[in-house]
Design a protein around this ligand. Structure first.
Ligand SMILES: [Zn+2]
Length: 249
C-alpha cells in the first residue's frame, strides 16, 4: 500500500509544527496529501512577549492565521474546529476544551473518512507533558479509529532535542521510530516563524536566543492503532520513515 492521504489531529495551533513539523514536511515531499485539523484556535494561550495582541478577544483569529501560515510552510492543508481553548489560569493549570466526547470522536471519524486518510498523526496518551487538551484529542482519535475507522493507522508524535532533557515526550510510551528531521528543518523553522505570538514560549524554557535555536531536531512516533503487541510496527508509514533514515530508539 502506498500512502496517499494523512491527517494530523492536534489541540492547539503550533502543536502540529513543534511535534510533527518535520514529519508533515516529509509526507508532503513524498506526495502524501496531508491535512491538519486543529480542535481550537488556541485563544486561551499566550499573547506574545511583548504582547502582539492587545485585545485578548483577537487572539483566536491571530493564532488561526498563524496556523494557516505554518500549514502553508509545511505543505499541508488546514482546518480549525470550533472548540474553545480555555484561558490558562493564574495558577498555570492547563485545561481541556469543552466537548461532548462521543460527538468529538464522530467528528474526527467523519474527517478521516472524508479525507480518505490512511494515516493519522496525533498527541500521545500522556498528552506529552500531561496537557488535558492533548489527552482529549488523543482519546477521541483512538475512539474514532477503534469504532468508526478501524482501517486507519494512528501514530502519536513527539519531538525533542537529543542532547537536552525535554518535556515534549510521552514518557510512558516508548517511541517505535525516531527521525532526525534536519533535512526538513527549513520548513519546520519557517512554520515556527509563523507562530509569532508563541515565540517567547518556544525559547523561554532553555533561554534560546532565536526560534531556530529552539528547533527540536528529532521527531519520534509510536503506533497506537492497530495495537502493536511486541516488536516494531511494519506498515506503509514505517516503510516511508525507514527510507527517510528513521531508527528505532
Ligand atoms: Zn497544545
Amino acid at each position: 500500500m502506498k500512502l496517499k492521504s494523512a491527517i494530523g489531529f492536534f489541540a492547539h495551533p503550533d502543536d502540529e509544527t513543534i511535534l510533527a513539523g518535520g514529519l508533515i514536511a516529509l509526507l508532503g515531499q513524498q506526495g502524501v496529501k496531508t491535512h491538519i485539523v486543529c480542535a481550537t484556535r488556541g485563544e486561551g494561550g499566550e499573547v506574545g512577549q511583548p504582547p502582539l495582541v492587545h485585545d485578548r478577544r483577537d487572539l483566536g483569529a491571530v493564532r488561526e492565521a498563524e496556523l494557516r501560515c505554518a500549514a502553508y510552510a509545511l505543505g499541508a492543508s488546514v482546518e480549525v474546529l470550533s472548540y474553545v481553548d480555555p484561558q490558562v489560569g493564574p495558577d498555570d493549570v492547563l485545561q481541556a476544551f469543552e466537548a461532548d466526547f462521543e460527538a468529538l470522536a464522530r467528528q474526527f471519524a467523519a474527517i478521516i473518512q472524508r479525507e480518505e486518510a490512511q494515516l493519522v498523526l496525533t498527541h500521545g496518551a500522556d498528552g506529552e507533558y500531561g496537557h488535558p487538551a492533548h489527552q482529549l484529542v488523543h482519546q477521541a482519535v483512538m475512539a474514532a479509529a477503534q469504532h468508526l475507522a478501524p482501517q486507519v493507522l494512528v501514530y502519536s508524535v513527539a519531538a525533542f532535542v537529543p542532547t537536552i532533557e525535554d518535556r515534549l515526550w510521552n514518557q510512558n510510551e516508548m517511541a517505535h521510530y525516531a527521525l532526525d528531521i534536519r533535512p526538513w528543518a527549513a520548513q519546520k523553522v519557517a512554520a515556527m516563524e509563523c507562530h509569532r505570538t508563541q515565540h517567547a514560549l518556544f525559547t523561554r524554557r532553555k533561554k534560546q536566543k532565536s526560534v531556530r535555536d529552539a528547533l527540536r531536531t528529532v521527531e519520534s512516533v509510536r503506533r497506537q492503532w492497530p495495537p502493536v503487541p511486541e516488536g516494531l510496527p511494519e506498515d506503509a508509514f514505517a516503510e516511508l520513515l525507514k527510507q527517510a533514515g528513521a531508527w528505532s530508539p
